[in-house]
Design a binder for this molecule. Structure first.
Ligand code: GLP
Length: 241
């Protein structure tokens, strides 16, 4: 595990560098895309490089980590809408090249199995961008998640619903209770993991991620078993290392 502690702008540029190197080497690269507030600066930097330097994503495919269950199509906080707004619509990346778990499917279990198949059919994920929750969740794998899990339905913890209420006019009750999420086993199958964390609220989770024992109670700790992980943290998030 490589840990880089730096200013947030530098970290966003480093993550963008990794993505640029990949898509330059392989124009049909498969990217794993995260939502949440942390990766936004990375996406802004990719958009800038696309606009100013001609970095192309025309042949790239993307897979989202997770999705809320039950939000109507086009809901501004549905992760498929968020990634469209923040990234896809601002690049030459075709909308249909980016998939997410279908949180509106009638058969959610079948949607999860189909999603795993779609990732496998694409040849697996080359580079996965990750954030981390204050309770150590990655994607929506909450504490207690199986370390070998695949894409499935999960129930959010109260803490995560409170953390995410800021996207729902600060109304905790408006945050869906259920989500579909890639499992920790799915995430571990990606060839390179790039995790970003900013601010003191992430310090305990980052401490556990880097220095804690591997435990389902801190799901991100499974990343210690991955052969190629880059952890990009600012001073606040690194303050307990
Ligand atoms: C959300 C997402 C995660 C994200 C995390 C942290 O619940 N499902 O993918 O990494 O919480 O979000 P943020 O970057 O906004 O702190």
């Amino acid at each position: 595990m490589e840990v880089v502690i730096d200013r947030s702008e530098t970290l966003a540029a480093l993550a963008a560098d990794a993505i640029e190197a990949l898509v330059t080497r392989r124009s049909d690269a498969v990217l794993g895309l995260a939502t949440g507030s942390t990766p936004s600066a990375v996406y802004d930097e990719l958009v800038r490089r696309h606009a100013e330097e001609g970095l192309s994503f025309a042949g790239v495919r993307g897979f989202l980590l997770d999705e809320y269950v039950g939000l109507p199509e086009g809901h501004p906080e549905a992760y498929r809408t968020v990634i469209e707004r923040e990234l896809v619509s601002r690049l030459d990346l075709p909308t249909e090249s980016v998939l997410g778990p279908d949180g509106r499917a009638e058969d959610l279990a079948a949607a999860c199995t189909g999603y795993e198949q779609a990732i496998a059919d694409a040849g697996g994920i080359d580079l996965q961008i990750l954030g981390i929750g204050t309770d150590g969740h990655v994607a929506f794998n909450e504490p207690g998640s199986s370390l070998a899990s695949r894409t499935r339905i999960k129930t959010l913890t109260e803490q995560t619903r409170r953390d995410n209420a800021r996207f729902f006019d600060d109304e905790v009750d408006a945050v869906p209770q259920h989500v579909l999420t890639q499992g920790l086993g799915t995430i571990m199958a990606a060839r390179h993991l790039v995790l970003l964390a900013m601010g003191r609220s992430k310090a305990e989770a980052v401490h556990q991620l880097v220095e804690g024992p591997i435990s389902a109670m801190w799901p991100a700790t499974i990343l210690q078993m991955h052969p190629h992980v880059t952890v990009l943290v600012d001073g606040g998030a690194a303050s307990r290392l």
